[in-house]
Design a protein around this ligand. Sequence first.
Ligand code: AMP
Length: 440
Amino acid sequence: MKVLAVGGGGREHAIVKALVRGGADVCSVMKNKNPGIARASRDFLLARETDVDKVVQYALSQKAELAVIGPESPLEVGLVDELTQKGIRCVGPTRSAARIETSKSFARGLLSKYRVPGNIRFASFTDLREAERHLRSINYEVAVKPIGLTGGKGVKVQGEHLADSADVLAYVREVFEKGIGGAGVVLEERIEGEEFTLQAFCDGKHVVPMPLVQDHKRAFEGDKGPNTGGMGSYSSEDHLLPFVNSSEMEEAVDSMRRTVQALASEGAPYRGILYGQFMLTKEGPRIIEFNARFGDPEAMNVLPLLESDFVEVCAGIASGDVSRKSCEFKRAATVCKYVVPEGYGIEPKANVPIKVDEEGVQRAGAELFYAAVNEEEGRILTSTSRAVAVVGIDVSIDSAERQCERALRFVSGEHIYVRHDIGKHENIQRKVERMRALRK
Ligand code: AMP
């Protein structure tokens, strides 16, 4: 099958690899020349993924039958609507269904209207004065969320990034004054617990869950420093997490199922990958946010484990026909660590060369995914974002972590940084203990 893949990051490299493994004839659109995607694709176009006309023309010229959209920004500008109109089936929601990610006020409002379990107290504001009045009237701590897309970096939490209520007020003013994320904020109650990611294949009606993953957003070891796009992630061989049991996972799946039903009731059936960010609190899983696509890095944990044919899964999503039976995952654990340019998250050093010995990584038994790098005259240069991800895959988290570290020795450069604590036993044990204490 001829498949168009959109996006040039690590997530999209994982998508393209899985499509090729399923026998697809892949053509890609990306803004940077990701060497992994470029090599795996029969053809590629370097262009902005949000340039809808260009992407649609390219898809038609390549006679694509199916399109898989990696990032959120093309969803927001209606790429799926246009491709569908031209007869190309899509894995990715329409502009209207993508509001589950692109508008935080829409998402919370929908959950509230349909009484989806796992929602939390919130209020949305497009007027600064009203937001200020609301802040004076409540007696709980909040998370401040710009309503629109901010590349995962606009959310600030009281008691973490914002010291006190004066800081909260100052940030809310800044969001309005600078128009961060469009303008307007959602103010949510701050909840406490451990976060996890649940991704699911959705065909408009059915929701088929993938193994749970835990990402690490903070830039530095010990979960310190600013929030980033994600520094790395792990998953467990039982497809749960060391601090999440199967009934808690089922509660999260139920929240996702009800969200997909709610979208269908609103006339916006959701076809694509739905990503749920949950916080496991002492009362159970609560919804932090939904994304309208695979997570990056989380795609790199789950896609290498998919035993079913990804091309068939994608065709099922697009035609309303996915089932749990047709989406089997290998019983193995994964640990993914991103190699990033030094200073990533604050002041990253761009355009530094890195050396990647792909065979060495392969010999170590791990997988490698290229992200926001550029290939120029045979050299691989970093950008200001994440460069290369290495994923260890083995029988347990511990052994997958060791494999990942062995493989990381085959990626070198003078100005690179890795969070080595991701997937390490002590780090995970701390989370298990924290959750145990919270449940008491
Ligand atoms: P988001 O972009 O919505 O995923 O938020 C980024 C990060 O902020 C999350 O990964 C959480 O760590 C934190 N966060 C978001 N919402 C809340 C909340 N209501 N309570 C506590 N922390 C939150």
